[in-house]
Write a protein that binds this ligand. Structure first.
Ligand SMILES: [Zn+2]
Length: 356
């Protein structure tokens, strides 16, 4: 029973926050299978999915609204909001997730202005006088830090000072974050949202074709010999040469080329600011290049044994796909164990197939 409550709780948290860590958050519940209540679990999954879609609909309406007011395309606003969500997940202590539809975070001082003696100030005129960011986005005469429309409009208002073209947008982003990684991420997210025209882009696929002859186990943290002491930051999936390697997520190809350790490798950035790393490939899908957008199941290359030497080096170890996951917190990146996610995506994909 306790387990079920935990699952429901995790799902609820997952839905409310939809969706900075779909893999991590939802795998918590998936890691605790309960055969006796699988029908009940299916229902929970279904209702979680439904409220997630409702959240996306409401959020989208807000982006469109503020977009109409400011002339900033909805997908650019969506990208900023989603980027902020990933930052809040990476820095839960210093950036608590707002209790609302959107995740854009400004502390009180930023909102009301540095010298403003009233930290709860909601009067647009005095906030503007003290150079605060807070603005009134929903026309109720208040600039309320707890109001989604006000928060989103305030950011949009700041960006508009720099103009309305896409390069102006980037200048505004740089001025807002003072970090070129932030500008890059928001651009990547905006392109993904723009291409698919929806916020519902958090499905995953398993990196190898289901039913293929592959095997993998948890190899996180094992030591390895090449290139000095480095722990094994990923999962090795052993398979035959030439087995297709597929994107596990909606994302942008950030890297495609040779690396001394990884051989021919592909790096894909997803909407959770997670970098998916596929190494030791025998070759790439020539239809794609850096900057292209992929989706779950898109074939990006083929299993091989490249790496551990000069470009083209092969066969220093049995063929396998090395799959790694790295989270960006806005300043640095760190790896986390892909194994539980791989198991979960494999299970989910199998389920989806059965349904079809
Ligand atoms: Zn490996």
């Amino acid at each position: 029973m306790i387990k079920r409550y935990i699952s429901i709780f995790v799902f609820a948290a997952f839905v409310v926050n939809a969706v900075a860590m779909p893999c991590a958050a939802s795998s918590e519940s998936a890691r605790q299978p309960n055969q006796n209540t699988s029908a009940g679990n299916d229902k929970t999954v279904e209702s979680a999915r439904k409220s997630l879609l409702d959240t996306f609909t409401e959020r989208r309406a807000l982006y469109e609204n503020i977009g109409t007011m400011t002339g900033i395309p909805w997908y650019n606003l969506a990208a900023i909001d989603q980027y902020e969500r990933t930052l809040s997940f990476a820095h839960p202590k210093t950036r608590p997730l707002r209790d609302g539809l959107i995740a854009i975070y400004m502390n009180e001082v930023k909102w009301v202005g540095l010298m403003n003696p009233d930290h709860e100030d909601t009067k647009p005129r005095s906030i503007a006088y003290f150079d605060g960011f807070g603005r009134d986005g929903d026309g109720d005469g208040k600039a309320d830090r707890n109001n989604d429309a006000d928060v989103l409009y305030s950011v949009a208002h700041f960006l508009l000072q720099y103009g309305t073209s896409s390069s102006d947008f980037n200048i505004g982003l740089w001025e807002y974050y003072e970090n070129s990684r932030s500008v890059e991420r928001i651009n990547q997210f905006a392109r993904i949202y723009g291409k698919y025209g929806t916020l519902d882009l958090h499905r995953h696929a398993f990196p190898l074709p289901l039913g293929g002859d592959y095997s993998f186990r948890s190899t996180w943290g094992a030591s390895r010999s090449y290139g000095g002491y480095r722990i094994h930051e990923g999962t090795d999936l052993f398979a035959h040469y030439g087995m297709p390697v597929r994107s596990t997520c909606f994302g942008v190809i950030e890297v495609m080329g040779w690396n001394r350790y990884g051989g021919w490798r592909v790096g894909i950035r997803d909407l959770n600011n997670v970098y998916h790393y596929y190494a030791h490939l025998s070759g790439f899908n020539k239809n794609f290049r850096e900057g292209d957008i992929v989706e779950p199941g898109t074939v990006v290359g083929w299993v091989g044994s490249s790496g551990y030497g000069r470009p083209g080096t092969q066969g220093k170890f049995p063929p396998h796909l090395h799959y790694g996951l790295y989270r960006d917190n806005g300043l640095t990146e760190w790896s986390f164990d892909p194994y539980p996610h791989l198991r979960k995506w494999e299970r989910e994909e199998r389920k989806r197939r059965k349904r079809k």
